[in-house]
Design a protein around this ligand. Structure first.
Ligand code: G6P
Length: 591
């Protein structure tokens, strides 16, 4: 959600580097983008509406600069609302990620001081506040003072052409400093995600909440509250820049679906001792809450069924944005398990803050190492799926389910059995992801892509997977898709079924198999076109997508694979940008 990049060096022109880095951050927001560079003591600014990857930009001069790719929160997608925003004198430029919750109050105060607002954004108050605070102190003091009065989760980077300084402030969204040194040349980066500069350096320093970083040859860090300098060591990270590239694939989404051939095996490669230890905590806990947002919330929902079936254990699923309503149940013996790909989702972080305040233990299942969720957790299981760039989550989802399965088996004292099952499932997924299978799913997409509605039904743990399949279809194809528990159809939704309405039944070889088939028969008698995603064919199916006959609890993984492919093909047939669907962002760092 909004991508920030800052670049400092003494030898190279900054603009081409900022442009390349910004393209790598596009998944964070792609409504509009802008740059500010510094040459001598002059600021140069360029802004455009649209995607940075498809734009033609005029190069700006200077060896130092900042850039931003926007996901609109306050104010429409217009050039005026695009970052960077500048102060009245045009000497200060700011790029920002977050939502300033008290911006209206701050804006009124600034208006009283005759500041005129050119945009509808909350961000525009930042350069004016810094300009105002500069009247009483140094640039560094002004940035600290400005950042400290903001409410909400906010990070920003400021360029001052008069003092020729760049300062980053963090209290919320991530900012990471990268340092590349070659002989006598130094290049310093500050970005929302390491991916922005991973091809240039793997040596990083993490900016934590309530800290600022002065971006220069040897970056300096200060605590915002005490104003004391903080010493940080350069950490070498073990990420591969190429992993985050599309390679021969047309889209990240397809690449990431195909990567599930390997990612499941990587996910289950967890330390048995840690799994057993956390399993014991789950077994002894006074209340276990799985929390997440979006697709990760559907994974948490599946966890309820998985723990019930595998470990005979009740765990709760709460969407992270609703977690506050349950805070009265939190005790120090309560376990809160956060599921998050990015580890930066604002609602998840806010929920974890509540859990911390209550003294509850925090466990997480997360993809991004060193993310905020990883850091706040008492223990984090990294799923090791590698960078997931397409907005629609695929490989992270199945990996999260795999880790949850392992934990459930560990709780039941059957970790080895769980491991064996998942190795088999990984093999089955590997076999499924072949061109013939993909072609069969694509043919289905061709049959239904012009439909206005698609319904997906499932029972047991395939109910949350029906909800997840609907999310996938909606986000990339913009076709209205809805998931239902099979048994709920007759209580209202069946009224929506007309002749040839596609209804997809997610079936597993389980005890509710006959019931879901009955539900499919029920809607077929109202004219529905039935698509069965199932290990066995059935006469009720008008179209059958075979899935491997794995154990019921693992059916959530194998049934998701064709649904991900279906969403992808529907999106392509609709001629949409499947990697960057409209109005969405990969990492939602605002509430
Ligand atoms: C956004 C993404 C979803 C994701 C959700 C939670 O809405 O588009 O794909 O499931 O955020 O993200 P997280 O990084 O916490 O898993």
């Amino acid at each position: 959600m909004c991508g920030i990049i800052g670049y400092w060096n003494l030898k190279k022109e900054a603009f081409p580097i900022l442009l390349e880095s910004l393209k790598k951050l596009e998944y964070r927001g792609y409504d509009s983008f802008g740059f500010a560079t510094l040459s001598n003591t002059q600021l140069f600014v360029e802004k455009q509406v649209g995607k940075v990857s498809s734009a033609k930009c005029q190069e700006l001069p200077g060896k130092v600069g900042i850039a931003h790719t926007r996901w609109a929160t306050h104010g429409k997608v217009t050039e005026k609302n695009t970052h960077p925003h500048t102060d009245c004198s045009g000497k200060i430029a700011v790029v920002h990620n977050g939502v300033i919750e008290n911006f209206q109050e701050l804006k009124i105060n600034l208006s009283k001081k005759n500041y005129e607002f050119l945009s509808e954004t909350d961000t525009e108050i930042l350069p004016y506040l810094i300009e105002e605070n500069l009247k009483q102190g140094t640039f560094r003091d002004a940035v600290i003072k400005t950042g400290s009065i903001l409410k909400g989760r906010n990070s920003f980077v400021v360029l001052n052409s008069e003092t020729k300084e760049m300062i980053a402030f963090r209290n919320g969204s991530p900012l990471i400093v990268g340092v590349a040194k070659e002989n006598t040349t130094s290049e310093v980066f500050i970005a929302s995600d390491i991916q922005a500069f991973l091809d240039k350096t793997k040596k990083v320093m993490y900016l934590d909440d309530n800290q600022i970083a002065i971006i220069k040859e040897n970056p300096e860090f200060y605590d915002v509250k005490t104003k004391k300098k903080i010493e940080k060591r350069l950490i070498e990270i073990a990420l591969d820049a190429e992993e985050a590239e599309k390679g021969d694939y047309a889209h990240y989404m397809l690449k990431e679906i195909m990567e599930q051939k390997e990612t499941l095996i990587r996910a289950i490669n967890q330390d048995d001792k840690d799994l057993m230890h956390v399993a014991q905590e789950i077994n002894n806990a006074k209340g276990v809450f799985f929390i997440g947002c979006g697709t990760a919330a559907r994974v948490c929902h599946t966890a309820e069924y998985i723990f019930s079936k595998v470990a005979d254990k009740h765990v709760n699923f709460i969407p992270a944005s609703e977690f506050e309503n349950y805070k009265h149940f939190l005790l120090p013996e309560t376990l809160v398990i956060a599921v998050s790909q990015s580890g930066e989702t604002a609602d998840v972080l806010d929920a974890l803050k509540i859990a911390k305040q209550k003294g509850s233990r925090i466990i997480s299942i997360v993809n991004a190492p060193e993310s905020s969720v990883d850091k706040i957790s008492d223990y984090a299981f990294l799923i090791n799926a590698g960078p997931e760039k397409a907005v629609a989550s695929t490989k992270a989802t199945t990996s999260q389910i795999a880790v949850i399965l392992l934990l459930a088996y560990a709780c039941a004292g059957k970790l080895r059995e769980g491991n064996r099952l998942l190795v088999d499932v990984a093999g089955e997924v590997n076999d499924m992801l072949n061109p013939r299978y993909d072609e069969h799913v694509k043919k289905l997409a061709e049959k239904i892509y012009q439909k206005e509605n698609i319904f997906i039904i499932g029972r047991g743990l395939n109910y949350p997977m029906a909800l997840e399949s609907a999310i996938k279809i909606m986000e990339v194809s913009y076709i209205h898709a809805q998931g239902f528990a099979g048994g709920e159809l007759k209580h209202g939704p069946i009224a929506l079924i007309e002749k040839a309405t596609p209804v997809i039944a997610l079936v597993a070889n389980d005890e509710v198999k006959n019931e879901i088939i009955s539900n499919a028969i029920g809607v077929k008698s109202r004219g529905a076109y039935i698509i069965g995603v199932a290990p066995e064919n059935n006469q009720v199916f008008d179209y059958w997508i075979k899935t491997p006959d794995v154990e019921e609890v693992a059916s959530s993984i194998v049934n998701l694979i064709p649904m991900q492919l279906l969403a992808y093909h529907l999106g392509i047939l609709k001629d949409h940008d499947v990697d960057y669907p409209r109005s969405l962002a990969k990492s939602v760092t605002v509430k």
